[in-house]
Design a protein around this ligand. Structure first.
Ligand code: 5AD
Ligand code: SF4
Length: 463
């Protein structure tokens, strides 16, 4: 009997590894695929197209991709037995760094698409349908990509906007300058256009993304009265400008580099109340010789003084950071200097990693690599200290009233989850109708990963 039902659309499953930039890129890939008939599948086995949006920053992240490809090979074979098909694409930084090696090591892969080429997905899929055989697309076409990422749908009251990509810093441990290419900034118009589109869909909080977001630079729009040097804006001016968009109540940005933390941005953090009091400012190490070997371009003292200056401008700011332990040549004394820096700064939250040797980076060829057991020991000590600081920061909020932007339902019925200005998750009893509102919440307790509170309906204003 002939099946007269309309043909079902195709489906795509996207698995995202790594950073927020990858989360953003995965959402944009879904946006690009929707107009050509792709719906989101809930599991890879049900999908006509599976995209692994990969991360190359540490060895473990890259290896996970190959084990996932092993599983996908079986899923693809099962679909073929049932008369179906599955296209497998590897996107992101592993695609960029390992390119042709991926197809050689995992012939099941149909497409390898670098992070600056995914806007060409619709064309590549059309090509794939005609010619089987792996497609490799790893050009750096970031400006073209930015131009094509216009339309998008918001999926909640908080959204990311990429404003900058790539990195020129060449820290000696890091693959990003190789996988994401040179620093490129999106224009003011493009960023404002995306922010307005999101605000019109109910977005209240935007997080500006970039590998070195505070290196963002752009020409001021015509008629600019900000007094910016030579008509050039930095991230501070951009944030002040975005703050004027109706509906946008909160602005964040990540990730910043200490060398690009200029006075304009620090002043904006102090003066623009829509800029949230939270700053992710990685230092990596507290020892000058390690910072030098990492090519970070600043000393530990420079970082400490920078934080003092930022705190003078915005006294309640929550500081977050990234750390690497066991970089080549890091002695026990050097590691203790990292602990001392952490004691001085007092972080609200932080990420810390064991140094992972990345092929092609200068660090990988350095002598005096640190033994794995030593790295384990240092990481455990650093994480214990950072965790104590995180708990202390969170506990200090008990009894405070914080404005919380409610984002989604919580795990328990009648509960919502939102974010405090300091990026802490907060859960409180509140009706679903409050999703998308910013409301005062009295903080009553601390759970391992969140704050617990209650709506403060006694008419008091949030702090
Ligand atoms: N090994 C360990 N951690 C790394 N990072 C970047 N490259 C490496 C590496 N080779 C960490 C840094 C950076 C964060 C995103 O990942 O701390 O800030
Ligand atoms: Fe990597 Fe350093 Fe660039 Fe950050 S600043 S992306 S750590 S090279």
């Amino acid at each position: 009997m002939t099946d007269l039902r309309p043909k079902q659309g195709k489906s795509v499953f996207i698995r995202t590894y790594g950073c927020q930039m990858n989360v953003y890129d995965s959402e944009r890939m879904a946006d690009l695929l929707k107009p050509i008939g792709y719906e989101m599948a809930s599991a890879p086995d049900d999908a006509d197209l599976v995209i692994l949006n990969t991360c190359h920053i540490r060895e473990k992240a890259a290896e996970k991709v190959y084990s996932d490809l092993g599983r996908l090979k079986k899923a693809k074979a099962r679909r073929a037995e049932a008369g179906g098909d599955m296209t497998i694409a590897v996107a992101g930084c592993v695609a960029q760094a390992e390119g042709a090696e991926i197809s050689a090591r995992a012939p099941v892969v149909d497409m390898v698409i670098g992070p600056q080429a995914y806007h060409r997905l619709p064309e590549l899929l059309a090509r794939d349908a005609r010619s089987r055989g792996a497609i490799l697309e790893t050009d750096f076409a970031v400006e073209e990509k930015f131009d094509r990422l216009a339309a998008r749908e918001a999926d909640g009251p908080a959204a990311f906007i990429t404003v900058q990509e790539g990195c020129d810093k060449f820290c000696t441990f890091c693959v990003v300058p190789y996988t994401r290419g040179a620093e490129v900034s999106r224009s003011v118009d493009a960023v404002v256009g995306e922010a307005r589109m999101l605000a019109a869909q109910g977005v209240r909080e935007i997080t500006l993304l970039g590998q070195n977001v505070n290196a963002w630079a752009g020409a001021a729009p015509a008629g600019d009265k900000s007094g910016a040097k030579n008509g050039n804006w930095g991230l501070g001016e951009l944030c002040r400008h975005l703050a004027k968009i109706d509906g946008i109540e909160r602005i964040r940005f990540t990730t910043s580099h200490p060398r690009d933390m200029d006075d304009g941005l620090i002043a904006a953090l102090g003066e623009e109340q829509k800029l949230m009091p939270y700053l992710h400012l990685p230092v990596q190490s507290g020892a000058d010789d390690v910072l030098k070997a990492m090519n970070r371009g600043h000393t530990a003292d420079h970082y400490v003084r920078l934080i003092e200056k930022i705190r003078a401008a915005r006294p309640d700011i929550a500081i977050s950071g990234d750390f690497i332990v066991g970089f080549p040549g890091e002695t026990t004394e050097a590691f203790e200097e990292t602990l001392a820096l952490v004691e001085t700064i007092k972080y609200a939250s932080a990420y810390s990693f064991k140094y992972s040797r990345r092929p092609g980076t200068p660090g990988a060829a350095m002598r005096k690599q640190v033994a794995e057991v030593e790295k384990d020991d240092r990481l455990a000590r650093l994480q214990a200290l950072l965790e104590r600081q995180r708990v202390a920061f969170n506990s200090a909020q008990i009894g405070q009233i914080l404005p919380v932007l409610f984002e989604k339902p919580g795990r328990h019925p009648g509960q919502l989850i939102g974010r405090s200005p300091y990026l802490q998750s907060v859960h409180a009893k509140a009706p679903d109708s409050m999703i998308g509102s910013i409301a005062p919440v009295r903080i009553e307790g601390v759970t391992p990963n969140a704050l617990a509170g209650a709506l403060n309906d006694e008419g008091e204003d949030a702090a």
